[in-house]
Write a protein that binds this ligand. Structure first.
Ligand SMILES: [Fe+2]
Ligand SMILES: [Fe+2]
Length: 405
């Protein structure tokens, strides 16, 4: 029988790494089993993972195809969105007011940026690589800069998606609310960029898989797909990651920054739930609803499996570990496990709330171990303050239940 691993082992390391990275990109697509989903994501995947458009060092143009929806009668049509708009106006803050004078040492052991267990160090050891304490600090700095860089790139995507959605949405109160989200996302770009630039002095390029998702959303003509992708899926991942970092970083400036950002993001996801619930319930026929349901499930899986900091791997471990070994180092770490709980614990109940977790799809979630999140609280029942309070108390309800399951 043809043994891929044995053939790979015979190749020179450089060829092997290149080959592995192509196989990896292809397998991202092969994981998607639904042809309609594949058709929607395919062209973006080529642009992101094969052509690497996000890594050319030049601006990327993404053609937008949606309609801007005007309403000259200015209806007060969605009281819950109007309420969110008013809360958003009161919740504005100025990025300049964060304690920027704080001195940040990205390699500090006293005030580490990240929990140490974001990587499974014992696995690194098992694979025959001995790292000194100083080398571990350098890698930890890289992982932190990588994560925050992806947040920054995601925020740029969120900024433009929020602007598109503000044009394309048909709820008038939603448009006014959307204007505040555009400002919020602009501020997030500002503060993450400033933090990376002045404190960590390191910026990573956009991760290929993140590029694929952003590209797919920006170029999809259907406003509700943009919404689902950005407000529920991407914001869901972001909230999971921000929550983990807010709770576990010991660096005070980053903690304060995240505390502010989380409160904005909680509103964004709340808005996503309001708008999509209305739309799925009243506008979509069963065929279209199912397409969204399948799409959300596939994207959830991609998000779970694909944010593995390969850019850090290439910098520190290429030639010393295989990509498969690196996947284990990141994917099986305790920190990653906590991140997945926080992320899916928020995302899955939101999907339920907007009508995309029917009895038809539930067994698929159960098959990959995500059924433990079915009963959680959705974003329309939770404010940013409540979320922060829960994180301040340590292990969240979601994590306790997941641990008991
Ligand atoms: Fe944001
Ligand atoms: Fe957001």
């Amino acid at each position: 029988m043809f043994d891929v691993d044995r053939v790979m082992a015979l190749l020179p390391m450089r060829v092997r790494n290149q080959l592995e990275s192509y196989v990896d990109s292809a397998s991202t697509l092969l994981e998607v089993r639904d042809p309609r989903v594949l058709q929607a994501i395919g062209p973006s995947a080529v642009r992101g993972t094969i052509l690497k458009r996000g890594k050319q060092g030049v601006p990327t143009a993404m053609p937008a195809r949606h309609h801007a929806w005007f309403d000259w009668t200015y209806p007060a049509d969605q009281p819950a969105m109007a309420e969110l708009y008013s809360r958003a106006k009161r919740g504005q803050w100025n990025g300049d007011d964060l304690p920027w004078a704080t001195s940040v040492d990205p390699e500090s052991d006293d005030r580490p940026l990240l929990p140490d267990d974001m990587l499974a160090w014992d696995k690194v050891n098992d694979f025959g690589i001995r790292l000194s304490v100083a080398e571990r600090r350098v890698v930890r700095h890289s992982v932190a800069a990588w994560m925050l860089s992806q947040f920054l790139h995601g925020e740029q995507g969120a900024l433009f998606a929020a602007a598109q959605v503000t044009e394309a949405v048909q709820f008038f109160d939603g448009k006014l609310y959307g204007a505040t989200q555009v400002v919020d996302e602009g501020r997030h770009v500002e503060v993450f960029h400033r933090y990376l630039d002045t404190k960590l002095q390191k910026l990573y390029q956009v991760n290929d898989n993140l590029f694929v998702i952003i590209d797919a959303l920006m170029t999809d003509a259907r406003w509700d797909m943009k919404f689902l992708g950005m407000q529920i899926m991407v914001e869901g991942v972001a909230l999971g990651a921000f929550s983990l970092l807010y709770r576990e970083t010991r660096e005070p400036l980053l903690k304060e920054l995240l505390k502010n950002v989380i409160q904005d993001e909680a509103r964004h996801v709340h808005y996503g739930v309001l708008a999509l619930r209305e739309h799925v319930l009243t506008e979509l026929d069963e065929r279209d609803r199912r397409e969204r349901e399948d799409w959300a499930f596939e994207v959830a899986l991609l998000m779970r499996n694909r944010f593995l900091a390969y850019e850090v791997y290439e910098e520190h471990f290429e030639g010393r570990l295989t990509r498969a070994q690196w996947r284990e180092v990141v994917g099986s770490s305790p920190g990653m496990e906590r991140f997945r709980h926080l992320m899916f614990g928020r995302m899955v109940p939101n999907l339920r709330e907007i009508g995309l977790l029917s009895d038809r799809i539930r067994p698929h979630y159960a098959r990959v171990g995500l059924d433990k999140y079915f009963g959680g609280v959705a974003a329309d029942q939770l404010t940013g303050e409540q979320m922060l309070r829960e994180l301040d108390q340590g292990r969240t309800e979601i994590e306790r239940r997941a641990a008991a399951a």
